[in-house]
Ligand binder design. Structure first.
Ligand code: BGC
Length: 763
């Protein structure tokens, strides 16, 4: 249980969960009691590394005056970010040693250093980069999320960096949003399962005593960030309260309850609500009070400042700080100025921020530092991490499991001895395979990944360089900072090369980008690529599209003409080899779409659309109809083998809310001639409900491996409350009536015989 003192601090009465441990609380209280007001406000501020020194990458040097100003005069307790690009583990050790020594010398409190270690150690040269989380979502295998996080934690500690701004568990509901690829897809359950696995991987088994091989997480970006109405980064969503609780909150709730040590807040607002950074209901009530969560709420980049410069809910920085901290913010990612320290001090002295709120925020930060063992071990030794950089085989296996086969009319697998033309802007680019958050923020740093193979290089290795020809046709213009700029080369020469080949592999999609620079206004694939694909259609040669990119760019007019389509998303440093292994048939595909791939720019939808969004024509004066069309639906993915589903059963045909559990079984048989893995997804549909029910919802999933001819029985267990939804009054409801249950092509009906309205916000 939380100690009485902590209960008083968090002001959450009896609604707490038992999260902390007595030794931690004792240490926090002791340290807090010895701190001055200056010490306390300094703990609440996080500053960017570049404020502490000059130079880029390996040339970065810390500056004595800056160190003194930030860490000694202002007593800042947290630092983030890199010197603009990745540096070696040894350099990180030097930077961390200098920072920790200075900070501990002032008041004995170590600095909390955080980095965007998103798919591996983004900012450390020689580290293991895994596929991005969109690929992990597509794998439907949470163990891959856990293991990538665990390796990242190990390699991060090898640099003495104890804190990652990861995992990202926003539901990616609007396909134009530039941050789709940082998340596990559009579904709440998928993000929940993957998020939980990642938290376990990063933090280890005991979040109160994180060991020297694990680090703290920051879930992000709390919440609804992936549903911007305009599709642009950091712009408002329009999410109903029921959906906010039922869908967007779900992964955060589960991961907070599992002990995630910190959560980063959504930079924007939900229409009709206060911006997230000053939203007391979402920050304090839902998270801290209702869940009894005792972790750290951190702002996103400069988002206190954005309350008065962009969101226009405060007149100046002081007012912005006041409303953010009183809403529940604990740690302020500034990132460039230390003036927040003085302003916070004034606000406390003037009584605008209470001493109790100040002490609560500071206790949370100290608790995180104690939980991380930073007081005892602020630094680790690189020599104690001999496995640093040695996990590429796991990254390769993960990449193979997160690439989806969307169409195959016999072009794949490519047979031995075939002449292959590799074209398209992503044919020979490491940058495109890795995406953003790879050595630099925008991922534009191929110099760090030269030891790895691009798709062209990997295919040349696999099929023999004399059989594989590279002719991009369209290239990204790397001379400009605009990631979208492309140069269209001699398309006629590509056509000639195609004619001289047996098969064409067109590596299309997007170049790397990150956050706001990735905003687009047209989801169609780029003009140059359209020209290239059109030309390829007329060659009469089989064409395989390998889509590499962070979001689903529209390719509808070319789908019919393609002989095979593969969506590789952002498979990371080992992605080229993974693609070659899959195209050659050395390995089998087993991924499924983690989001809905749209067909047309004005037809963006998610798989859990409402029944009225898909209806056949009702003849009459107006011929009403609706079409929830998609190019490739959520959960879709092919294999080199085939699977047959049969015998879907339910433990009972009817149930009540008090029924202890609902069990379902289904048989899955490998009916093809090669071994394969199959993600088995269980969906439910509430056929009639008091607010428009969702068409269907993912309720459980598992992944199995089957040899040719082999059958396995898969069992799923649900609680009746797993089928509940949130009503207009914000309360969970399980209503009487029929539910359709579906796995593969198997369908059955079960009936709930009573309605229950739940009293608690979190069931
Ligand atoms: C991003 C966050 C990131 C933070 C720190 C922000 O701009 O939105 O995802 O963790 O910067 O780099």
């Amino acid at each position: 249980m939380l100690s009485a003192g902590v209960l008083a601090l968090v002001g959450c009465g009896t609604k707490t969960s038992s999260m902390s441990s007595p030794d931690i609380e004792k240490a926090v209280a002791k340290t807090l009691s010895g701190m001055s007001l200056e010490d306390k406000v300094g703990q609440m501020v996080q500053i960017n590394l570049t404020v502490l020194g000059k130079g880029t990458g390996a040339d970065f040097v810390l500056d004595e005056d800056a160190l003194n100003k930030v860490l000694v005069d202002s007593r800042v307790g947290s630092i983030l970010n890199c010197p603009d690009e990745a540096v070696s583990p040894q350099r990180w050790q030097e930077i961390l040693a200098a920072i920790q020594e200075r900070a501990i010398g002032v008041n004995g409190i170590p600095v909390l250093y955080g980095l965007d270690h998103i798919h591996g150690c983004t900012y450390v040269t020689g580290s293991t980069l895994f596929p991005q989380d969109v690929n992990v979502g597509a794998s439907f295998n949470p163990e891959l999320a856990r293991r990538a996080a665990e390796v990242t934690a190990y390699e991060s500690r090898a640099c003495s960096v104890p804190y990652a701004f990861s995992p990202t568990i926003d539901l990616t509901r609007i396909q134009t949003w530039p941050r789709i690829w940082e998340n596990f897809g559009e579904d709440p359950l998928l993000n929940t399962r993957m998020g939980l696995a990642a938290v376990a991987g990063y933090q280890g088994e005991d979040y109160n005593h994180i060991d020297q091989n694990h680090i703290a997480v920051s879930l992000k970006h709390y919440m609804g960030y992936g549903g911007p109405v305009s599709g642009k980064d950091r712009t408002p969503s329009s999410i109903t309260k029921p959906d906010m609780r039922e869908k967007y909150f779900a992964p955060y709730k589960a991961c907070a309850q599992a002990g995630a040590l910190s959560i980063m807040v959504n930079s924007s607002a939900n229409l009709g609500d206060a911006p997230f950074h000053c939203n007391h209901e979402y920050l304090t009530e839902w998270l801290k009070e209702d869940l009894g969560w005792d972790g750290v709420l951190i702002t996103d980049w400069a988002d206190v400042n954005n309350l008065y410069t962009r969101e226009m809910v405060a007149k100046d920085k002081k007012e912005a700080l006041k409303i953010a901290v009183n809403a529940g913010i604990d740690l302020i990612m500034e990132p460039y100025a230390v003036d927040a320290c003085d302003l916070l001090k004034e606000l406390v002295e003037e009584g605008e921020i209470s001493k109790a709120r100040l002490d609560d925020a500071v206790s949370r930060i100290l608790r995180m530092k104690y939980r991380l063992g930073l007081f005892e071990n602020p630094l680790q030794k690189f020599e104690d991490y001999p496995l640093f950089g040695s996990f590429d085989s796991e990254s390769l296996a993960s990449a193979k499991e997160g690439i989806v086969l969307l169409k195959n009319e016999g072009a794949l697998p490519i047979k031995e001895g075939k002449k292959i033309l590799v074209c398209g802007p992503n044919a020979n680019s490491m940058r495109a395979l890795n995406g953003g958050w790879s050595y630099t923020w925008q991922g534009n740093a191929d110099k760090f990944s030269q030891d790895y193979n691009t798709v062209y290089e990997a295919l040349a290795k696999r099929f023999g360089s004399s059989n594989v020809v590279l002719n991009n046709g369209v290239k990204w213009d790397e001379t400009t900072a605009d990631w979208q700029a492309e140069t269209i080369g001699n398309i006629a020469s590509v056509v000639a090369a195609a004619k001289a080949s047996d098969i064409v592999v067109a590596c299309i999609g997007e170049n790397s980008y990150c956050e706001t620079p990735g905003n687009i206004s047209d989801l169609s694939i780029s003009k140059g690529q359209q020209e290239l694909l059109k030309a390829l259609e007329n060659t009469g040669k089989p064409v395989v599209f390998v889509i590499i990119g962070g979001r689903p760019r529209i390719i509808n007019s070319f789908v019919e003409g393609a002989d095979a389509i593969v969506d590789a998303f952002l498979p990371g440093n080992n992605g080229g080899d993974a693609i070659a292994a899959l195209l050659s048939g050395d390995d089998n595909f087993s991924a499924k779409m983690p989001y809905t791939y749209p067909k047309a720019v004005n037809s963006l939808i998610n798989y859990d659309y409402k029944p009225s969004q898909q209806s056949s024509t009702m003849s009459g004066a107006y011929n009403y109809s609706a079409d929830a069309s998609s190019e490739f639906p959520f959960g879709y993915g092919l294999s080199y083998t085939t699977f047959e589903y049969s015998n879907l059963t339910a433990s009972a045909e009817s149930f009540t809310p008090a029924t202890s559990e609902l069990k379902f079984t289904v048989d899955v048989k490998n009916t093809g001639s090669v071994a394969g893995k199959e993600a088995v997804l269980l969906f439910s549909s509430d056929l009639v409900a008091s607010i428009n029910p969702d068409n269907r919802r993912l309720r459980d999933f598992t992944k199995i491996e089957l040899q040719p001819g082999e059958t396995k029985t898969v069992e799923f267990t649900l609680k009746p409350s797993d089928l509940a939804f949130v009503g207009t009054d914000g309360k969970w409801r399980l209503e009487e009536g029929d539910f359709r249950i579906q796995a593969g092509d198997q369908v059955l009906m079960i009936n709930c015989t009573e309605t229950k309205i739940y009293d608690t916000p979190n069931i």
